[in-house]
Design a protein around this ligand. Sequence first.
Ligand code: KE4
Length: 435
Amino acid sequence: MTDVRAGLGRQSATAFDEACRHLVGGVNSPVRAFGAVGGTPVFMASGCGSSITDVDGRTYIDYVGSWGPLVLGHAHPRVVAAVQEAAAKGTSFGAPTEAESTLARMIVERVPSIEAVRLVNSGTEACMSAIRLARGFTGRSKIVKFAGCYHGHVDALLVEAGSGALTFGTPSSPGVTESVAGDTLVASFNDADAVARLFEQVGAEIAAMLVEPIAGNMGLVLPADGFLERLRSLCTEHGALLVFDEVMTGFRVAAGGAQSLYGVSPDVTCLGKIVGGGLPLAAYGGRREVMERLSPEGPVYQAGTLSGNPIATAAGIATLSELDDGVYATLTSRSAILEEGLISAARDVRLPLQVTRVGSMLGMFFADGPVVDLDSAKRSDTRAYATFFHAMLERGVYLAPSQFECAFVSAAHTEDDIDVTVAAARESLAVVARS
Ligand code: KE4
């Protein structure tokens, strides 16, 4: 029987009280506050390989991995050494460095659709800049996004489907103006016909379509056969740019990202998470004809004090350097064992659990039928997920504190980690079944 830890650690509770004194909500990113699963957030103190340790000294097998960046696991020796060596030479210059060129070359070598790239500091910044670039390149204003896809806290993308046939966006957050949201059209993921209708109606005004090629922010939702190919052809036909947001999938599902798995080339790709090795670094890149519209070559402005920061580029270079075919094969095989274990455990307690997986990204929906878009994702039993989350936490397994996120397996997760996780899931699913 896995040791079931009673309740929350005392030190985490104290740390949360202290954090709430000066940090809004006690956190620096909302999902960390455990709002979706209830309870008080666990404060972490350190990580090593596949495990993470909280301020009470409790250690967990970590499937959050900082929301994706830690594909090598925590504190990988090569990444730590690279960061230490870079830091000792100075933390920032605000001037070009050779490391930025090295990382740019590594990105171009791995992602064939990218001929030129710009390094930035977050996925949000990459997506925000890609939109501006697309509008500058096409001279058009409208952006198409998909319900349930998340691209960071960009005003133009904090938009949900409005009413009415044209699905003009309405703000999904106060502070986003109607005029900004009005330039964003929202379609349903995997509904290519709805996108075709949008193009029929306002195609000449559409600058770009932005999509997570594998959606990871409504849980893990795979593109239907032909969906991405259809988006590609619609954008080509109407002169809009196809932008793949591969902040999560880039270097995660394959060296060349989702676009290499599905054989669909976007005009621009947004990257983040893994490309920075756990440090604040992201990127966007694409066809040179598009990218050269960016300042200083072109008129589309985008800048950043810490863009291409030497410490972050060192972490990114060290991380990408470790990711060879053998690592991807191991990531996939270990993740497949976990997927099968979860499916089998849910079947044994007759719980409706949909498990989705691409490479080392997994999703779990407590839902009766397949999840193909936001509406079907929302039919999941989020209370069941919350119960599962806490039961797993008590058994030493740290999952995303939200049903609408993904689990990530790292190269540091051993077969034993997977076995322990499946055993904990078997017990935790029994808890859900009894609740
Ligand atoms: P950041 O600005 O958080 O670096 O990246 C935004 C972003 C853009 N595109 C995709 C596909 C993303 O998944 C993200 C950020 N992902 C979330 C987790 N699903 C970050 C976690 C958080 O917000 O704290």
